[in-house]
Design a protein around this ligand. Structure first.
Ligand SMILES: Nc1ncnc2c1ncn2[C@@H]1O[C@H](COP(=O)(O)OP(=O)(O)OP(=O)(O)O)[C@@H](O)[C@H]1O
Length: 299
């Protein structure tokens, strides 16, 4: 996928501004941003559901307006309705035929992995169970490019793990995934790279490993007895240090190793390390200087 100067205004309202991005074949790309940042707008532009105000996008080497490209894509919309009386199996079989034939056994195997009930009218299913049917239809024709808009909403943790395993298998077979989320934790364990979008602009594209090393993290230690402040002062990367009796709170920027070693000199009874939230990462990346501009073959 290659977007160049991709811009969408809804009247005077900005949806997306000047997006230039390559997603490489065989990578899992996490597309992160808060509500209203422009993720769904980007995805709809890729799928030619809406047309850009400026710029253009190529998907799987073709113009996204070409109908043949759509069949090579699997898409999970963020606002999946599935209010029909029809049970999931009939719906999926129908879609399978439209897409040129999907073996029933493949649908059943995916349903089993996700623990989806295909016999109940879809409108009677809970949000999470409908989401499973949405995932099955996105994966079942083994598309070359999977575009998943907020895929994990409503899934319980075990199903989420299975879903992430399915995403990794897509990568193993050389296919490509774009998944959006407003929570870093949902995408960081599978993504090779993440892009952060904020108020319609892509503010950073980073390798996940690099992002994790750079991100600010909140850490708390609780000890079995009061600890001296000096033991935690001047440690590399430690900021906003607060020592109160037997507890220590701070943020760390970069590797936690020096802090862990300082804490290990006392008896730790409890420890909390909060995932960095998007706002914190935005602060790290606000300047947008870390854009990844390499130009490679696009998925
Ligand atoms: N059809 C539309 N008409 C007018 N404005 C729109 C329309 N769709 C999106 N927008 C606006 O464009 C901006 C980007 O919205 P978009 O839905 O792409 O964000 P998002 O990152 O997908 O957020 P969410 O996670 O809430 O779906 C928002 O300000 C939104 O209000």
């Amino acid at each position: 996928m290659r977007a160049e100067g991709l811009t969408k205004y809804y009247g005077r309202r900005r949806g997306l501004e000047d997006l230039t991005l390559d997603i490489r074949p065989g990578e899992i790309f996490g597309y992160l941003g808060p509500n209203g940042a422009g993720k769904t707008t980007t995805i709809r532009l890729l799928l030619d559901v809406i047309r850009p105000t400026r710029g253009h996008v190529r998907v799987l080497g073709a113009d996204s307006r070409e109908a043949a490209v759509r069949r090579r894509i699997g898409y999970l919309p963020g606002d999946l309705a599935l209010e029909e009386r029809e049970p999931g199996r009939a719906y999926l079989q129908f879609l399978g035929k439209v897409r040129g034939g999907v073996p029933a056994a493949r649908i059943d195997a995916l349903a089993e992995r996700l623990d989806a009930d295909l016999s109940v009218p879809m409108r009677k299913l809970s949000k999470g169970n409908r989401q499973k049917i949405g995932l099955i239809q996105a994966f079942m024709h083994e598309p070359e490019f999977l575009i998943l808009d907020e895929p994990t909403g409503g899934l319980d943790p075990l199903v989420q793990q299975e879903f992430l395993a399915m995403v990794r298998e897509v990568r193993t077979s050389g296919r490509t995934v774009l998944m959006s989320s407003h929570v870093l934790a949902e995408v960081e364990h599978v993504s090779d790279r993440v892009g952060i979008v904020r108020a319609g602009r892509l503010v950073a594209v980073e390798n996940v490993a690099a992002l994790r090393e750079k991100a600010v993290r909140r850490v708390e230690f609780h000890f079995d007895a009061p600890v001296p402040r000096e033991a935690f002062e001047h440690l590399p990367g430690v900021r906003d240090l607060r020592v109160a009796g037997a507890s220590v709170r701070c943020t760390i920027d970069g590797r936690p190793d020096p802090l862990i070693k300082a804490a290990a000199r006392f008896t730790v009874v409890h420890m909390v390390s909060a995932e960095p939230d998007l706002e914190e990462i935005f602060l790290t990346y606000y300047s947008g200087e870390d854009h990844d501009h390499d130009r490679q073959v696009s998925a």
